[in-house]
Design a protein around this ligand. Sequence first.
Ligand code: HEC
Length: 107
Amino acid sequence: MITKQQILVMTALASVVATAQAATIEPYNLYQTHCSKCHGESGAADSWRGYLFFARSFRNKEWQSKHSNDELLEKINKGPGLMPSYEKTLTEEEKKALIRVIRGFGS
Ligand code: HEC
């Protein structure tokens, strides 16, 4: 027999688990939420916004080798051209995770 109290404990536990999951960074989810509409699902900037806003492809090996992580961080903070600035909207951890996602597109 499950008592009312047990049900309450279970729902409380379930919400704790849900919050804990939301707190861990899912790098690719983060990319999809904030960046893929312009930079494309696979970093190729092959979305209509990518074309429209002249975003470049992150899949290009030459582009990858020409830019340091610090440079990428600076661009994410500033938001070059038509890209919004993420200086305040993303945490340092999130930005680092996104740089790893971008690097992943080049390999
Ligand atoms: C509104 C469209 C848009 C969104 C959303 C967007 N960007 Fe951009 N991004 C651009 C444009 C346009 C440029 C400038 C052209 C270029 O360099 O690709 C750019 C440039 C960049 C650059 C520098 C490229 C270079 O060679 O200098 C990086 C790094 C970057 N974006 C990362 C991100 C990340 C990470 C996100 C998500 C947090 C994001 N962008 C979200 C449109 C966008």
